[in-house]
Structure formats: C-alpha cells, structure tokens
Write a protein that binds this ligand. Structure first.
Ligand code: PMV
Length: 341
C-alpha cells in the first residue's frame, strides 16, 4: 500500500499583525492576530505528499529544487502529525514508519513578504493530516512550521489566539466567519518588489522583542482592543471600522521595526506612495473605502469592497504607469481545498 495526497493552501494576509514570539522554538506568539485567507486561485502553495515502504529517507522538493529535510521546522511538523495520528489510531504503525516524499510549489514569489511560508506550511500540514487521516485541529502543528501558517489552515477570516500555556497547545487558529460571510470583500496585492527580504521575520521579531519599547506597549495596550474591535467589525461587515484598524495596525507594526535597535525597514518609497494614495482616496470619498496593509516586505495588500475595485485599479494604473495588469493579483477569502485525494 502507498498513497499520494495533493492539497492547495492559499496565503493569508494579517489585518492584526503577529510580531514577536513568546517561545522561539514552539513558535508561540506574544500577541493574538487576525487575517483573511485569500482565494486559492490567486496565491497559493500546492503540495503533494507521497508515502511508500520503498522510500529510504524523507525527501522534499521546493519549487522544483531538492532541499534538505533536516530543518527543525519541517521535522517538527512531520513529528507533530505522526504523533497525532498515533494518538488517534488513524493509521497503523507500519504506515507511520514509512518514509515520505514531499513536492511543493508556490505560484508567487517566495520570501518577499508575500506570506509564502504561511501557505507552504499550512499546505504541508494539511496534506500530511489527510495522508495520516488526522481528524483534529492541526493549526497548532502548522504553527510549528511558520507561525502565520496556522491561520492558512482555515478559510474566511481567522483569529490566531496567542494562548497562555507554556506548551502552546492553546495557541491555535479559529475561524471568525467563513468566506461566504462577506462576499464583497476583495484583496488586491500590489507587487512592489519580488526580491527576498533583507531581514527575515524570525530575525526581525527577535530584534524587536529584545529592543523595542513600542512592542511592549502594542502587546498590552493596543492588540487586545484592536482584536476585539476588528472581529466585531468583520461580523458586522463594517468596512470603515475594519479599514481604520487594519491600517493603524500595519503602521504600528512598521513603526516597531524602526523602533527596534538596530532598526530595519520593509517599506520602500513606493510602499509610502501607496499609503499616501489610499489616504487621499479615502479623504475624497469622505470615509475609508480602501485599507492597506504591509507584511515584512514592500508589497501592499489592499482590502476593499468589490464595487471599489475598478476605480482603485484605474487610479493605481495612472499613478504607476509602468505597472501592467499582471502586477496586480486579486483575491477573495477562500478555504483550504484538497484538489486530489
Ligand atoms: O509566520 P512568519 O514568521 O512568516 O511571520 C509573519 C509576520 C507578518 O507577516 C509580518 C505578520 C503576520 O501576522 O502575518
């Protein structure tokens, strides 16, 4: 007996950012975060896992290149799923002992602040869970690959609870609403640069945790209230509130990068031009109709409602004439879907 499972998992873009770890090894965050999972047709990872008694060792290919399977994060995800399968007695011991081959690819730039690792690990863990017939929540296992990956395990809007337990078992993602709740919601990704980021999120979080006073303020005084308020805005479909919190949280995250010592910055002059444009656009409209958010990179994610998309795209094309329609990727919140069983 052997088996192949293929799964696709979309990226998620946070509106309340995760920045800083309470536990580096178990990837337990210092604060709760909230995100929307984008459409699988747009930006996603596709992973196939294959198991066979004939394989001599675990092996992985990423975007066509063979990589080492020795990374602790990969090992932790595989070990996490196997021990869950053993606890649930979902497959027999022989099946659990066979080696696996993994093949994963992204349809967008890797490590350029486009949440590639989130989609990649969510996809890997979802595929492994299907292979080993694990039924329980696997977001805490995806978290061991890359923190934000735990949010891509679910579609729609997702809340990652930081949790309080030292072992991280309560640091899990839950769905706030599914993708059908707010069907007019759109995300527009503006690809500013697809180069690899200079300061990885792991390194950046460490510097911020050790040196930024603003980070401490954020965790205690801002995130708890913002998280509650944005979850409510999502449930009420209150776009203006959603947009204001999203933009303020992105700005605070990037302010923390500058408040770190030594400081680092992900936003470029083009990112700042996009921020200016959004505020001017919203001022003209008399209310927030577009929200920007930036992860650990210069690319923008704009959240907006469907009706606004043609108008906003028109203005962006006139502001950035060298951009082609291909520079923009549109997406809807969607759920993780197996494409082949
Ligand atoms: O999961 P990581 O290590 O790729 O960190 C993600 C950090 C941000 O993208 C900046 C914020 C977030 O919540 O996704």
């Amino acid at each position: 007996m052997s088996g192949v499972i293929t799964v696709v998992a979309p990226v998620n873009i946070a509106v309340i950012k995760y920045w800083g770890k309470r536990d580096e090894e178990l990837i337990i965050p210092l604060n709760d975060s909230v995100s929307a999972t984008l459409d699988t047709n747009v930006m996603c990872a596709k992973t196939s896992v294959c198991v066979s008694p004939d394989f001599v060792k675990d092996e992985i290919w990423l975007n066509g290149r063979k990589e080492s399977f020795t990374s602790p994060r990969l090992q932790n995800c595989l070990r996490g799923i196997k021990s869950r399968a053993a606890a649930e007695r979902s497959v027999d011991d022989a099946f659990l002992s066979w080696k696996i081959h993994v093949c994963s690819e992204n349809n967008f730039p890797t490590a350029a602040g486009l949440a590639s690792s989130a989609a990649g690990y969510a996809c890997l863990v979802s595929a492994l869970a299907k292979l080993y017939k694990v039924k329980s929540d696997v977001s805490s296992i995806a978290r061991l690959g890359s923190g934000s990956a735990c949010r891509s395990v679910y579609g729609g809007f997702v809340h990652w609870h930081a949790g309080v337990k030292p072992d991280g078992t309560d640091s899990i993602a839950t769905q706030i609403v599914d993708s059908s709740h707010w069907p007019q919601m759109r995300a527009l990704i503006l690809v500013v640069g697809d180069h690899r980021k200079k300061v990885s999120s792991t390194k950046g979080m460490k510097i911020s945790k050790e040196t930024s006073e603003l980070l401490q303020y954020r965790i205690t005084k801002c995130v708890p209230f913002r998280t509650e308020a944005i979850c409510q805005a999502i449930r009420d479909k209150d776009f203006a509130k959603f947009a204001e919190i999203t933009m303020k949280d992105s700005n605070q995250f990037h302010a923390i990068c500058l408040d770190s010592y030594p400081p680092f910055a992900y936003l470029t002059a083009t990112s700042m031009k996009i921020i200016d444009f959004v505020h001017k656009y919203n001022d003209i409209c008399g209310e927030p109709r577009v929200a920007y958010t930036f992860d650990a990179g210069s690319n923008a994610c704009l959240y907006l409602l469907e009706d606004e998309v043609p108008k906003v795209l028109g203005v962006i094309q006139s502001l950035f004439p060298s951009s082609t329609p291909d520079s923009f990727i549109k997406g809807l919140p969607a759920r993780v879907e197996p494409v082949d069983a």
